[in-house]
Design a binder for this molecule. Sequence first.
Ligand SMILES: [Zn+2]
Ligand SMILES: [Zn+2]
Length: 223
Amino acid sequence: MSECKVCSAEMESNHRRYGAPSCNACAAFFQRSIKIHKEFVCENSDQCLIEPSKQGKQCLKCRFSKCLQMGMISREYIRAQKESTKLNSAEIVFARITDTLLTTSLHLSSYLKEYLENGNPEVMKISLELANNAKMDSVPERIELLASLFTKNPITQTEFAVFTNICLCKLEYSRISESEKEKIKALQNSAFQKLPISPIEGHRFLDLVILSSRFLEIFYANF
Ligand SMILES: [Zn+2]
Ligand SMILES: [Zn+2]
């Protein structure tokens, strides 16, 4: 005889259900709760099932957590998890545009200099074309990572325009000569000072600066 690791009910054998040693009832509970488990509420600070018990399993939330803790997993659960973290298309578009803009600027530093110095929009134009031509149904992992940053830190369209400029001013070149790097850095610094922050409140500008440095970290790490 062994015990269900969720509710302590006796089981005939050490059967694993959805990957955990549990009784049929708990396994069935797990599977049918996948779509609704986020609505479960515990009135006992999530402490009902520290140890497996019949009493504790009355709490739906703790019972579901215990199932997960004991290692229960199913295809439906994975699918539901993926769906609940689905990224908005707006966030993917933001991520894709910024990513393409930064990649293009790294490859065509002369265009970036032109843009920062004289406002020549060529680098913007090229990047937008590239971003538009990318297949929207295929989202590479890097874009997913970057888009999830926007999901956690939502920004408006107006802020996005400022955000991309901040990123361009903070973009770092690693594969060019020191003197060239210095020149670009100087242009970036003076462009950063001139950034129009008027449509945005001061504290939001700071938020965007912080967001841009996190964006760039992910960008470099996965470049
Ligand atoms: Zn059980
Ligand atoms: Zn509970």
